[in-house]
Design a protein around this ligand. Structure first.
Ligand code: AHR
Length: 492
């Protein structure tokens, strides 16, 4: 057992935690949309206009604030007009990025917007810069948001939607340094400036335009951020994106379920490095935008492993263990701490792809350990982040992995503290001074199991949230954190 001291000061507010930090990402990739979210109206799986009811309920339970769509790399070859109108005549296309399968476009703009309405989350749409046109993008915005008389609003009405939707978040391209066109930063910048000029605010709808930002740390990526920040103002871009996956080796990414302690700490080391990259990108942004008018949007993040044996390599289907839960907790705590600049984050991806929160097989649905972390952390949404310090130590030799990951927030007289013991070797006990907060009641929940444990269709509750004992005496909180655990504490 290792002992740590911690201090939380409710008077020291360090920023507002936008609820969108707890956001998600869905792409036309593998079984994310088809089978995962959408099964079609004729399916025997309970659905609303083809959208799975169990998935809607699961999304609502974690108060999903925002959902990004249609990609990813798919976004820069998606032509939105192929996904509207009578389904029997919608064009079929080949999904060149993800397995070369046929995309029948049965899930398009209307279906996505309905999904967001059913869940009660903000839609975040990525437009096509790589293989699209300025006109195509401009017309999509007009189609979705214009309330007057115009060719696109008439087309929308003809397709059954009289009133426009509200659309806030709109990304202009995706990974345009890679699958979105292999552009240099200067070229993308000019493209961005042109495209965004025609993304208009119609009928009281105000777009929050997001430029494609960097894809990691290192000088080229810091330069990408610098080129954008130097040449864009908040009227042109309210956010720039940032993508960072935890991948030890792109050739052999390792198994999602079979790993040793070295593999475990390697992934945690990568997840923790996100903190360093965010700090560096934030420093650059601060130089050009000291008032935080342009936000950093981590719109793809998570663990990326080899696909499950026997599954389509282009579908990126992987299992999800307690290791993923620890990484999710660590990264969400990092995002909370960076909340002045990081205003949205979308884990990749929401169902059946990469670090998914949900796995489906036919009518069966499993909530992964990562799902439970989002459930435990949801009280941070729209709360004020407060000072939270632990006298930490690294939990493994040679790698930078703080043993205790933590963050704290206050909202409506309730303090929430989220913790992870990242060690798989040592238990910990935390003695925490709670300053400037008069707590009468305390309760806690824990997620803990062997690091390899996962939820399967045969054993869907193996990793589950349970109540946990904590002690509060004279503003001193004492809590035990078993090795490999995530704990959420509520004080009020
Ligand atoms: O999430 C899978 C892919 O990873 C996305 O399509 C792309 O944006 C990123 O490279």
């Amino acid at each position: 057992m290792k002992n740590f001291k911690m201090l939380v000061n409710a008077n020291d507010k360090t920023g507002h935690i936008n609820r969108e930090i707890y956001g998600h990402f869905s792409e036309h990739l593998g079984r994310c949309i088809y089978g995962g979210i959408y099964v079609g109206e004729d399916s025997s799986i309970p659905n609303i206009h083809g959208i799975r009811k169990d998935v809607i309920e699961a999304f609502k339970q974690i108060k999903m604030p925002v959902l990004r769509w249609p990609g990813g790399c798919f976004a820069d070859e998606y032509h939105w007009k192929d996904g509207i109108g009578d389904k029997s005549t919608r064009k079929k296309m080949v999904n060149t990025n993800w397995g070369g399968v046929v995309e029948d476009n049965s899930f398009g703009t209307h279906e996505f917007m309905e999904l967001c309405e059913l869940v009660g989350c903000e839609p975040y749409i990525a437009g096509n810069v790589g293989s699209g046109t300025v006109q195509e993008m401009a017309e999509w915005i007009e189609y979705m948001t214009f309330d007057g008389i115009s060719p696109m609003s008439e087309l929308r009405k003809k397709n059954g939607r009289e009133k426009p939707w509200k659309l806030k978040y709109f990304g202009i391209g995706n990974e345009n340094w890679g699958c979105g066109g292999n552009m240099r930063p200067e070229y993308y910048l000019d493209q961005y400036r042109q495209y965004q000029s025609y993304c208009k605010n119609y009928s009281g709808n105000e777009l929050f335009k997001v430029a494609c930002g960097p894809g990691g740390g290192g000088e080229d990526w810091y330069n990408w951020t610098q080129v954008l920040m130097k040449n864009l103002n908040p009227d042109q871009a309210k956010g720039i994106s940032f993508h960072a996956y935890n991948v030890p080796d792109w050739i052999d990414k390792g198994s999602s379920t079979e790993f040793d302690s070295n593999d475990y700490y390697t992934i945690l080391n990568l997840a923790n490095y996100v903190d360093v990259m965010l700090t560096r990108h934030t420093e650059i942004m601060n130089r050009y935008d000291p008032d935080n008018k342009i936000g950093l949007i981590m719109d793809e993040w998570g663990n990326w492993f080899n696909v499950e044996p026997g599954t389509n390599p282009g579908f990126l289907y992987q299992q999800n263990t307690m290791r993923d839960a620890i990484v999710a907790a660590m990264q969400l705590n990092i995002f909370n701490r960076h909340c002045k600049r990081v205003i949205m984050a979308n884990i990749a991806q929401v169902v059946n792809v990469l670090q998914a929160i949900i796995l489906t097989e036919g009518e069966k649905l499993v909530k992964t350990p990562t799902y439970h972390v989002f459930d435990m952390f949801k009280a941070h949404q729209d709360a004020e982040c407060v000072y939270c310090h632990t006298d930490n130590e690294n939990c493994c030799g040679g790698k930078s992995v703080p043993m205790i990951s933590s963050s704290a927030s206050v909202k409506d007289g309730v303090m929430t503290i989220t913790l992870a013991n990242c060690s798989i070797d040592d238990d910990a006990e935390l003695s925490c001074d709670i300053c400037n907060f008069d707590a009468k009641e305390v309760k806690a929940h824990i997620l803990t199991e062997d690091v390899h444990a996962c939820n399967t269709f045969e054993d869907p509750e193996k990793v589950a949230i349970k109540p946990h004992d904590v002690k509060l005496e004279n503003s001193k909180l004492t809590v035990k954190l078993p090795a490999c655990s995530v704990v959420e504490i509520t004080l009020n």
